[in-house]
Design a protein around this ligand. Structure first.
Ligand SMILES: Cc1cc2nc3c(=O)[nH]c(=O)nc-3n(C[C@H](O)[C@H](O)[C@H](O)COP(=O)(O)O)c2cc1C
Length: 384
């Protein structure tokens, strides 16, 4: 098999597809994965981060999505997560994007504002005037979690209207830095997993009484403004959005999320029909944990509204259900935990080679520069 593999007569999962400006050679995507191999000043640790992404770009024509990067110091509140506001950040991430491009692959940069899940101490490390903010003033419940560090519990201060405008600008500026300074192929707006954008969407965190609270239309306003700001900054076809309609954690579960997310997807289609892609997480996963979905929980409503535009689904995929999803729905499939453990995942899936198991204890090693549980998972023999 040659370096640029041809998959004719293969299942759709292994066949080329166009997404935004990218010509992908298959439909397997690296899901965004926070790993904390980032310095305390929010730059990628040079020894390991470039190597980690470069390894996962071992099949030409693969789309990778980075871990979430915060759009400014005040939008953060986690130690060892990336940013993209300083020259050091931009230079570090440019090296990552260049390494991925050198291997014939593509890379989108995921951007986030944390909101009420922020750690006040981490915010104060930047500036003692920073506060934990959100859509409303409902704190995140403190629960036992395997979803990484939890700083929940602080009563957030609702963002003012001028601050909301400022956040939209921060998303747009970070997108611009990602595409025009660091050389990424586009950005993925993180509207998922209970972070600030989703805090506006859901009643479990949004108790505002102004035009950003109350009705579905009002709660979706911030998200749509961010998509507009980012699209204007870098182009619709370099902009994408991740959503988690079936989120069950962080005090944000909804009995009937379909009307809210149908509105979001319908508005996206109307206002931004040329988005690079929409990315949705399946109901069998909430944040990073598997769950058993109810019989009526499904992303079929998104497929009906959005397809045939590019749709990435993530959450609990293995070879068989990924092949099936690509075949029946024409979707792309993002892999998280299995791609952590299998740097050559596309190759292994194509060849049906057994997968390495992942080690959850090394998912989050804050500031670790050794590569342990990060760059040391083995490649399949024939693909070394
Ligand atoms: C260690 C870890 C870190 C994650 N970090 C992010 C993140 O930064 N942004 C995001 O949107 N999702 C994040 N997720 C969720 C994954 O992108 C994905 O939706 C989830 O792992 C389910 O997919 P899987 O079953 O293939 O692992 C993370 C998941 C894990 C396991």
């Amino acid at each position: 098999m040659s370096a640029s593999v041809s998959f004719d007569s293969q299942p759709s999962l292994f066949q080329p597809t166009k997404v935004g400006r990218m010509n992908l050679s298959h439909r397997i995507v690296l899901a965004p994965l926070t790993r904390f191999r980032i310095t305390i000043s929010h730059a990628p640790i040079p020894e390991v981060v470039r190597e980690y992404y470069s390894q996962r770009a071992s099949t030409p024509g693969t789309l990778l999505i980075t871990e979430a990067a915060v759009v400014s110091p005040q939008a953060g509140g986690f130690p060892h997560v990336p940013g993209l506001w300083s020259d050091e950040h931009i230079q570090g991430w440019k090296e990552v994007a260049d390494a991925v491009h050198a291997k014939g692959c593509y890379i989108f940069f995921q951007i986030v504002a944390i909101g009420r899940g922020a750690n006040l101490e981490s915010l104060h490390d930047h500036d003692p005037s920073f506060e934990v903010v959100s859509a409303g003033d409902i704190p995140e419940p403190v629960v036992e979690s395997t979803s990484g560090p939890q700083f929940a519990g602080t009563i957030p201060r609702p963002l003012t209207k001028p601050e909301i405008d400022q956040y939209v600008k921060m998303f747009a500026e970070t997108a611009s830095n990602a595409v025009y300074k660091a050389g990424f192929d586009g950005v993925e707006i993180h509207g998922a997993n209970g972070h600030l954008i989703e805090q506006f969407l859901r009643e479990g965190s949004n108790n505002r009484t102004d035009e950003y609270g109350g009705s579905i239309e009002n709660r979706a306003k911030f998200l749509l403004e961010v998509v507009e700001g980012v699209s204007k900054a870098v182009g619709e076809d370099r902009t994408s959005l991740r959503i988690t309609p079936w989120l069950h954690d962080r005090g944000l579960a909804m009995k009937h999320p379909i009307p809210l997310f149908s509105y979001v997807v319908a508005e996206l289609k109307k206002r931004f029909p040329n988005l690079a892609y929409l990315h949705a997480v399946e109901p069998r996963v909430s944040v990073i944990d598997d769950r058993t979905p109810d019989a009526d929980e499904s992303n079929d409503f998104i497929k009906a509204l959005w397809c045939p535009r590019p749709l990435i689904l993530a959450g609990g995929f293995l070879r068989d259900n990924a092949v099936q999803a690509a075949e029946t729905d024409g979707v792309l499939v993002a892999f998280g935990r299995r791609y952590i453990a299998n740097p050559d995942l596309p190759y292994r899936l194509m060849k049906n080679i057994p997968l390495n198991s992942y080690d959850r204890s090394t998912f989050y090693l804050m500031g670790d520069a050794t590569g342990r549980g990060y760059t040391d998972y083995p490649f399949a023999k024939a693909n070394e």
